[in-house]
Design a protein. Sequence first.
Length: 584
Amino acid sequence: MASAVDALVALLPLATIAFLMVGRYWPATRAMPVAWLVAVGAGVLGWGMSARWIAASSIVGFITAANILYIVFGAILLLYTLKRTGAFDAINQGFASVSEDRRVQVVLLVFLMGSFIEAAAGFGTPAAIVGPLLVGLGFPPLAAVVVALTGNLMAITFGAVGTPLIIGMIDVFGSVESIQTAVVTNGPFPSIEAWVAEIAVWAATYHVVVGIVLPFIGVAMMTRFFGEERSIKPALEVLPLTLFAWASFAVPYWLTAYFLGPEFPGLIGAMVGLFVTVGVLKAGFFHPDDEWDFGPQENWPDHWIGEIEPGEGGVSAGTSRDGAVTADGGHVQMPLWKAWTPYALVAVLLVVTRVVDPVNAFVTMDVFTITWADLPLTGETILGTGLSDSFAVLYLPGAVFVAVHLLTIPLHDMRRDEITAAWAETIEKVMPAVVALLFAVATVQVMLQSGQATGTDSMLIVLSDGMASVAGGVYPFFAAYVGAFGAFLAGSNTVSDILFGTFQYGVADQIGTPRTLMLGAQAVGGAIGNLIAIHNVVAALAVVGLVGEEGRVIRLELIPLVYYGTATGLLTLLFSYVLFPGVF
């Protein structure tokens, strides 16, 4: 068993991130290179990692970061494309026609639309799309990021058409002989797939119960931290709407998990919820008595706004792109269907590339995936360590964003100068995120690979073992927090499940609690950790021009994280020891 000294050494990189970013307000561009150096020091001095393993682990991190940057680049490119064509003006008017109340817009855009995008794509895509939309509607960029990160937690567990459970659990558990024997040979399930489908139902159950206030939390954080009155009272005025939106999402969400498995709960829940909620709003129900908005922009603190002005459209007010002016002095408005078509295409292409087998097989072909072995370098793996990584050129959502940008050029009749400007602005906005993302993921990989490099438990496992030994029989309370810890580091529910799924299984086995319930809590925890995952936060800030405010965002996101983690922990204890102790 690892010593207390080992645990303290393993904690140093995370403590460095917390101190510099949350305590000292350092931007990630400065804090993450320092954290990487600390992780390297911990790996060398505490784990005896060689220079070769340090380099290989960091290279894996850089490749993973390149995947993320590809997505961010595509999202920003589409954003500036639509700003240049004036589509954002039309989208703004469209949402204003449903309601100009910012609280209603948060429910529709963040909770429902954001959940659909997360369920279809994963990869932190909702904040990259919804954040800029909110800014286009006139939200302060900092507020847009905070609420955009908060609202789609229920869908993250099933994001990218079930990837966290399919890759993070089915593939991993199927390769562990002891788990295969316990679950299938000696257990009640015909296959690992059937067992993970059961885990998905319990994860959905935790989410449905705990998430009843999720739409309300997004609204309350907005009114409390970004409203003139600094109060949650305006949020209470739309509590009936938030509960209705939750119910319209949660019912089809849970039923889909129960009957269809882990691929489609978020997709179906969000589609049904958005259709039903918009319908009742248009019918005149659930509108608040008074319209709520942010205070005058001149009173906003400087750190609320970055390089993108709230409400910026693609054209100047009063003129169309060709300078034409309407009789009343306003600019010629793009039809709403035409303005929304690019984002509709994004949603359709994301679903098609993941659900339609022939298309999925095409975009995931080896010829379109770059691996280490494909590069003109020596060795099949990185520096002969056995590590490798890949870059799926067509499968990653970045490809969809770029493709839709190209389709938008003729659809919106873009001029050459508009195209050039969109690309130039995109490159300018992405550059500040590059350093932060590269070193954030490299830090995680050094910690992950420390055990493999030396044939011992990695830094992460040492930290988790320490938590389990201290917690004992009350460990189920902390299961979701362990999952959140993994996602905080890796920025991925899938990676969190890969990292800690077998660990959570082992702890449940040791203390005699249901393994299915523990892993359901792990799946939920992997979702809530995305709230404060460093490169998710950096990516969300990058698309609204606010790189450097990571510490402020993380501080605020700790509020929903603590609520969700604590409530899930209490439910896990209740289910494990009182209500469902007989579950496998």
